[in-house]
Design a binder for this molecule. Sequence first.
Ligand SMILES: *Cc1c(COP(=O)(O)O)cnc(C)c1O
Length: 376
Amino acid sequence: MAVSAPADDPVPFADPAADQAPLAEALAAAAARVVRSGRYILGAEVEGFERELAEASGVAHAIGVSSGTDALLAMLAAAGVGPGDEVVTSPFSFFATAGAIVRAGARPVFADVDPLTLNLDPDAALERLGPRTKAVLVVHIFGRCMPLAALPAACAARGIALLEDAAQAVGAVDAGGRRVGAGTTAAALSFFPTKNLGGFGDGGAVLTDDAAFAAQVRRLRVHGADGKNHHVAIGGNFRLDALQAALLRVKLPHLPAWTAARRRLAARYRAGLAGAALALPPDEAGCVWNQFVVRVPAGRRARLSVELARAGIGSEIYYPTPLHLQPALRGLGHAPGDFPIVERACEEVLALPLHPALADTTVDRVVSTVRASLTA
Ligand SMILES: *Cc1c(COP(=O)(O)O)cnc(C)c1O
């Protein structure tokens, strides 16, 4: 017989197994179907997933690839980004955003972020466009779809690509009603297990409305082949496994309900933490809340995360270092002070647990632990 959990049960920062536990039977059946099929890479499962993902995303084409990182890489390559080119992007992201630009042979050119949303500031990005700019790569950080403002018109006027790192933002909509993947050249998704549509290993996708762009991503995914043993470009092995596709097909129909749960939990955090000595993330109907990130005055963050850990509550710092100050990008020649808004954010951000299976009572426990730490 089940006993009720003690109040101090550990609260993991993320819990993908709990989120998908209700789907255990359907997932096992899908996995067994793939095991029996004898087709383990691409094939009908991947094609079926691509159709369903494109439809759910409201775009014409979805191309399944091996990870979010490879989605970025294939997308940049399909946009023609290569040596000598510059790509304007945000310094506030997971390293893959900048890493993919460098791996494509190009130079990341950063612009500072909006102090409230922590997404790339579109006006700052416009100022960084120059004769070598081949693309702008925006990042929808923590699941908040950034307003593109004048960027689509500016990119169209220059004939350059407008790309989206939507690894954290599947299904997100901006304040003007634009969905991720609409009205841009392409968007990259990740199915890393703790993303909103998480797989059971690595996976990703490129979304686009452009048939020629989609065809190029499909070629790049298989070493630039346009037919058997006929290679027209240098691509890579960016293929999605049939097993991932089959399991993601089980999860995809549940994504709207999980997004609704994330929004409800985010609202509960916002209500519970109102008036506390921290800054809350802006409320926004179209945000899909991959992370719930608060900002605490720099001197108090370390203590807060220690006190959360002592109470058994997981938290994470996304991200402690802006991309322009990462050691691997030292060659770009940046120094502290180059992008003061993002540098300050990196000293203050703290992500609290947020995933669909999180109980309201657990959110309340996190809230009271945070409040107690900040008033002590
Ligand atoms: C997760 C993530 C990626 C990389 O995705 P992987 O599937 O882990 O390769 C890229 N950009 C951002 C913003 C991410 O959060």
